[in-house]
Structures are given as structure tokens and as C-alpha cells.
Ligand binder design. Structure first.
Ligand SMILES: Nc1nc2c(ncn2[C@@H]2O[C@H](COP(=O)(O)OP(=O)(O)OP(=O)(O)O)[C@@H](O)[C@H]2O)c(=O)[nH]1
Ligand SMILES: [Mg+2]
Length: 389
């Protein structure tokens, strides 16, 4: 699972990335600070099923702390995008290729309006404009890739293929964009290939949906704009975030100054180890962000991207449904994030092609019931995949 972090220069993409991955990337108020993409691992957080089963899990990837399981997702932080990027403005749209593999995009918006559409310092910029232009640029990029694919399909021999052949070839051409045949089928239900731009928009919404991080929410100006953009974009998921605040809290945790779990409030461990200025900064994050919005929003945004925007569920595959272990005896080693509607046989294929091919049935660790190949997995399912030798 890859999630792209996009937005205009200086909106806080790298700050969000650093807050989520703890990788020390370059952050500055100068536009186009990031040129080459930053790639790292962040986490979505779920309630671990270990206590329900009375076991202690041992994650192969990610971790489990206080009953919360941290499931890895790959994040890509790219260069800033400006209006006209599809025509080569700013750094152009070369780096959009860095987003090809992304299943979803987090759009960090500078909700404060204190930077203009190119990331330069200003006052009173309307963040709604950024939401609109960014979506447009991404859609035009999608349209250009689709246009190229259609050209390739149309040409040799001059005979155009029938609709179903067309979809098949188009899916092959677009597979590098994480677009599946299912996505194309769905897009064709509401728009046709005759209008490529409209089709591209529909397909992009299905295959690379966008969630908004209304960033810099620690600033007064952002808090006012947040209410406004929520009303203007009722169909979008908009999460207030303070990437900067989250970095400050996680840094303090590294130095053993705070007790803090992402997504919650914090407590200062020992006030005497902090300067007055440091305490003021932390208390400001508490008052302006956590008290008003519940959290810094970074964790919430990642979770919502995966579980609400993409509508994924988390499942635990095991080799032994009684012991909940893999073949090496490791308890609840893996969590897989899969689209809602995934069947147990499809899960087997996701784990390994050979496991899918040898699939016999699933076994539910809770109910101890056999699951047929077509059983649709539910969030939190713990399943053994029974297979031929
Ligand atoms: N107040 C406040 N400032 C923030 C927040 N997030 C980022 N910033 C500041 O915004 C500026 C730009 O942050 P970056 O993370 O470098 O932005 P970017 O989108 O990666 O910028 P480019 O790489 O140039 O496209 C820096 O000065 C950050 O400290 C936030 O939540 N609150
Ligand atoms: Mg950056």
C-alpha cells in the first residue's frame, strides 16, 4: 500500500511525511525545498486482537504497543505542484510519475492562507483554490497518460478493438498507474471514453482518491478557513492537521520528555527538564490543536485515508487457527490491508501466488468454521488459509 503526499510548495508535505515516518527530511519555508521524492514507512493504527484471544502478538512488520497495532504503509512525499504543472510550470509534472504506484493521495493544504498558490508568503490566500487546482492538475496528468494509452491501442492496422478488448488493453496500459480493470469498468459506468478528460477525472477519483489534510491548523487563520472549506467541499474527507505540532510531540517523546501516543493527548513527564519556551510551545499545541480538534490529525488522516477513503479492512492471516501462529510459531505475525469485499481466496493470492493456487478453504479463528473461497473477509478477521501440499 502506497500513499502519496501532494500539494503546492510550502504546504507542509515534507512536514507531514516527517511527522508520519520520523525520517529527517528537509523542511523549509522556501518553495520547492523538495525536488527528489522522499519515500518512507508510516503506520495506520488498529485495535490489536491479541487481548481478545488472550495471546501476545509478535509483529513481523510494524509494532504493537498498549493493545494498538501499528500497520506499515509506504508514504511518498513529492515536489510541490503549481497551477499549470501539466504544461511544465514549476518543476513540471515529471515527478507525478513518482505517484504512479500510489493507491491514494493525501493533499496537504496550507489552510492558513499565508502562502500563495506557488508557496510564497502572502496573506489571505483562499485555500479552496488550492484544493481545486491541485485536483485539476492531477486529473490532467491522468488524462495525458490515458490519451497516450488510447493512441497506442487505436493505431496498428486501423481497426479499433471492441469495447471489452479495449478495456482489457487499457487496463494493461494503465496497470503502472495502479489502475485495475475493475476501476476502468466502474468508471465506464458513469462516463465514456469519447470525452477523455471527463473519463480521466472519473477514473482518477476511483483509482487515486484524495483526502485533504487542512494543515497548519495550529494557526488562527487556518482554523477560520477550515470551517469554510468544510462547507465548500461537503463530499471530501477533510482532516485538520498540524504536521509541525506532531513533529514537536514525537521529538519530545524521543527525548523521553513526554508520554504521547499519536492520535491522543500528551503528558509531560518531568517539567524541570523543559525550558519555559518549550513548555509554552507544547501547551500551545495542546490548547490550539488537541483541545480543539482532538489530536494533531496526522494519525487520523492516515487512518482515514486507508479505512474511509479507500474503504480497506485489516485482516490477520495465520497458518494455525488455534495457536494463531505462522509456520514458524510466530503469533499474529502479519496484518494485511485489503479492499472491503476481498474474498479469502483473493487474500491467499495476495499472500503468495502459490498459496492462492493451492487454496482449499479458509478457517475462521474465532468461530472455528470453514470459509469457502468466496467468503468476503470482515475487518479484524483472523483466518487460516488451508492449502494442498
Ligand atoms: N504553523 C505551522 N507551520 C507548518 C506546519 N507544517 C509545516 N509548516 C511549515 O511550513 C513550511 C513548509 O513546510 P514543508 O514541509 O517544507 O513544505 P513542503 O510542502 O514539503 O514544501 P516543498 O518541498 O517546498 O514543496 C515550513 O516552514 C514548515 O515549518 C504546521 O502544521 N503548522
Ligand atoms: Mg517538501
Amino acid at each position: 500500500m502506497i500513499i502519496g503526499v501532494v500539494g503546492k510548495p510550502s504546504s507542509g508535505k515534507s512536514s507531514f511525511f516527517k511527522a508520519a515516518t520520523l525520517i529527517d527530511v528537509k523542511i523549509s519555508p522556501v518553495p520547492f525545498t523538495t525536488i527528489k521524492p522522499n519515500i518512507g514507512i508510516g503506520f495506520v493504527v488498529i485495535d490489536c486482537c491479541e487481548s481478545e484471544f488472550g495471546v501476545k502478538c509478535n509483529p513481523k512488520h510494524g509494532m504493537c504497543k498498549n493493545g494498538k497495532r501499528y500497520v506499515p504503509v509506504k508514504l511518498v512525499d513529492v515536489a510541490g505542484l503549481v497551477p499549470g504543472a501539466h504544461e511544465g510550470r514549476g518543476l513540471g509534472n515529471q515527478f507525478l510519475d513518482d505517484l504512479r504506484q500510489a493507491s491514494a493521495l493525501i493533499h496537504t493544504v496550507d489552510a492558513s492562507g499565508l502562502t500563495d498558490e506557488e508557496g510564497r508568503v502572502t496573506v489571505g490566500h483562499d485555500p479552496a483554490k488550492d484544493i481545486e487546482f491541485l485536483e485539476k492538475e492531477i486529473d490532467l496528468w491522468f488524462a495525458s497518460v490515458i490519451q497516450r494509452a488510447i493512441h497506442k491501442i487505436g493505431k496498428p492496422g486501423g481497426v479499433s478493438p471492441g469495447q471489452s478488448e479495449m478495456i482489457k488493453i487499457l487496463a494493461e496500459q494503465l496497470s503502472g498507474l495502479e489502475v485495475s480493470k475493475k476501476h476502468i469498468d466502474e468508471a465506464l459506468r458513469t462516463s465514456s471514453l469519447v470525452d477523455v478528460e471527463k473519463f480521466a477525472t472519473t477514473l482518477r477519483k476511483i483509482s487515486k482518491p484524495i483526502i485533504i489534510a487542512a494543515n497548519k491548523i495550529d494557526l488562527q487563520e487556518a482554523q477560520q478557513n477550515f470551517e469554510k472549506i468544510k462547507q465548500e467541499f461537503p463530499g471530501m474527507i477533510i482532516v485538520p492537521t498540524s504536521a509541525d505540532g506532531e513533529i514537536a510531540l514525537k521529538k519530545a517523546v524521543e527525548k523521553n520528555l513526554l508520554d504521547y501516543l499519536p492520535g491522543h493527548d500528551f503528558t509531560i513527564i518531568d517539567k524541570t527538564k523543559l525550558s519555559d519556551a518549550q513548555i509554552r510551545i507544547l501547551e500551545k499545541i495542546r490548547q490550539e490543536v488537541i483541545v480543539k480538534y482532538g489530536s494533531t490529525g496526522v494519525q487520523a488522516c492516515l487512518n482515514k485515508a486507508v479505512f474511509e477513503l479507500l474503504n480497506y479492512i485489516a485482516v490477520y492471516p495465520v497458518s494455525d487457527h488455534n495457536k494463531l501462529t505462522d509456520k514458524d510459531g510466530i503469533v499474529l505475525p502479519d496484518v494485511f490491508l485489503v479492499p472491503k469485499g476481498t474474498t479469502v481466496k483473493e487474500l491467499a493470492f495476495k499472500i503468495h501466488t502459490s498459496l492462492g493456487e493451492k487454496f482449499i478453504a479458509g478457517m475462521d479463528a474465532r468461530t472455528k468454521r470453514k470459509l469457502s473461497a468466496e467468503y468476503e473477509l470482515k475487518n479484524g478477521d483472523v483466518v487460516e488459509i488451508m492449502h494442498a501440499k
